[in-house]
Design a protein around this ligand. Structure first.
Ligand code: PHE
Length: 359
C-alpha cells in the first residue's frame, strides 16, 4: 500500500471517528506500537541509505499529518461535547424568579396589632401576665373566693401539684383579668393599660375553643366613671371596625370584680354570610366590663377611697370574626394552610392608624 493510500485511509478514519474512544482506536491502528505506520517505519532500517532518506522524510510527513489530524479532531470533539453541555445546562438569568410560598400573619395576631395601635393612641400601655397563673391572681384577688360560684362557671384547667402538697393548684388563666392586679401592683396609679393574651376554658363549639384570646383594659384615676368606659369602647369600635356608625348595647350584668357591671353587645347584620357592623338586627356579645370593685383595688394595694377605675375584658377572636367575616372560631386554631392563606395578612403591612389598620 503506498503512502498516499495510507494517508487517505487514516485521514478518512479520523474524520469518521464520532467519539474520543473511536479516535483512540484510529490512533492505535496508525501510530500505536503495532500500528500500520509504525510498522512501515520499522522497515526503514533495512533500506539502503539513499532510499531511506527519501522514504523516511515521506513517512515522517505522513506520520505528522495523521498526528495533526488526530489532535484537531480530538479538540473538535471536546468542543462539541462542551457545547452540548452548555446547551443542556443553559440558564436564563433574565427569567423572573419563582415566587416562594409565603407565610401570612394570623388574623388574631393582626387584630392584636390593630387594637394595640388604637389603644396606644388613647394613651394605654401594654401589660402582660403569665398564662399559668396562681389561684390567687386568677380568682381571690379578683374577689372570687374559694367557694364562689363563679369559679365553677369558668370551667378551669388545673395544673398538677405534687402528691401531699395541699396548696391550691395553679390554673391556666381563665381570663386576662389577673393582669389588672399585676399591672396595678407593678405600675401603681394613675394607670391606663391593656393586656392582650391567651386564656383557657374547657369549652368547644362553633364560637368556643379551649384556648382563646382576650384583651383586658383598665383605666384608673381619681375621677373615672362609666361614661369614660362607654366613650372609650365606642371610640375603639369605630376605629377598629373602620365605620362611622357603631351601636353598642350595654346590658346590666354581674362580675365579682366590677360594680356596677355591664356586658356589651355590638349591632351587626348577617346577609348571606356577609357580616356588617352597625346595621341589622343581630347583636354579638364582645366584652364584659364595669367599675373596678373596691376589693380588687385593695388587693392590688390601692386605696379605693382615693382611686377608681373602669375595667373591661374583650374577646379578641370574636371581634376578629366580626371584622373579617370569619364564620367558625375553631378554624382559627387548626393551622390549615389554605385557611391561613385565605384569611392571613401580608407580613410587612403593619397596622397603624395613619396608614390604615386592615390594608
Ligand atoms: N374577665 C371577664 C370574663 O372573662 C370579663 C371582664 C373583664 C368583665 C373586666 C369585667 C371587667 O368574662
Amino acid at each position: 500500500m503506498d503512502l498516499s493510500e495510507l494517508r487517505g485511509k487514516y485521514i478518512g478514519a479520523v474524520a469518521q471517528a464520532g467519539s474520543e474512544a473511536a479516535l483512540e482506536e484510529v490512533r492505535l491502528a496508525a501510530l500505536g506500537k503495532k500500528g500500520e505506520i509504525s510498522a512501515l517505519m520499522a522497515t526503514l532500517g533495512k533500506m539502503d541509505p539513499e532510499a531511506r532518506k527519501a522514504a523516511g522524510a515521506a513517512m515522517n510527513t505522513l506520520r505528522d499529518e495523521i498526528d495533526a489530524a488526530l489532535r484537531a479532531r480530538k479538540a473538535g470533539l471536546a468542543d462539541a461535547a462542551l457545547n452540548d453541555r452548555l446547551k443542556s445546562e443553559w440558564l436564563d438569568v433574565t427569567m423572573p424568579g419563582r415566587p416562594r410560598p409565603r407565610g401570612t400573619i394570623h388574623p388574631v395576631s393582626q387584630v392584636m396589632e390593630e387594637l394595640t395601635a388604637i389603644f396606644a393612641d388613647m394613651g394605654f400601655a401594654v401589660a402582660e401576665g403569665p398564662q399559668v397563673e396562681s389561684d390567687w391572681y386568677n380568682f381571690d384577688a379578683l374577689n372570687i373566693p374559694p367557694e364562689h360560684p363563679a369559679r365553677q362557671e369558668h370551667d378551669t384547667f388545673f395544673m398538677h401539684r405534687a402528691p401531699g402538697d395541699t396548696r391550691p393548684p395553679h390554673v391556666l388563666r381563665t381570663h386576662t383579668s389577673p393582669v389588672q392586679i399585676r399591672a396595678l401592683t407593678d405600675l401603681g396609679t394613675p394607670l391606663r393599660v391593656i393586656a392582650p393574651g391567651r386564656v383557657y376554658r374547657m369549652d368547644m363549639d362553633q364560637t368556643h375553643t379551649p384556648m382563646f384570646h382576650q384583651v383586658e383594659g383598665i383605666a384608673i384615676d381619681r375621677d373615672i366613671s362609666m361614661a369614660n368606659l362607654k366613650w372609650t369602647l365606642e371610640e375603639f369600635c369605630r376605629a377598629f371596625f373602620e365605620v362611622d356608625r357603631v351601636e353598642l348595647r350595654f346590658r346590666a350584668s354581674h362580675f365579682p370584680f366590677t360594680e356596677p357591671s355591664a356586658e356589651v353587645d355590638i349591632r351587626y347584620s348577617n346577609v348571606g354570610g356577609q357580616l356588617r357592623i352597625g346595621e341589622g338586627d343581630k347583636w354579638m356579645e364582645i366584652l364584659g366590663s364595669g367599675m373596678m370593685h373596691p376589693k380588687v383595688l385593695t388587693a392590688a394595694g390601692v386605696d379605693p377611697n382615693e382611686w377608681q377605675g373602669f375595667a373591661f375584658g374583650m374577646g379578641i377572636d370574636r371581634i376578629a370574626m366580626l371584622k373579617y367575616g370569619i364564620p367558625d372560631l375553631r378554624a382559627f386554631f387548626e393551622s390549615d394552610l389554605r385557611w391561613l392563606r385565605h384569611y392571613g395578612f401580608a407580613a410587612l403591612d403593619m397596622p397603624d392608624l395613619a396608614g390604615g389598620l386592615s390594608r
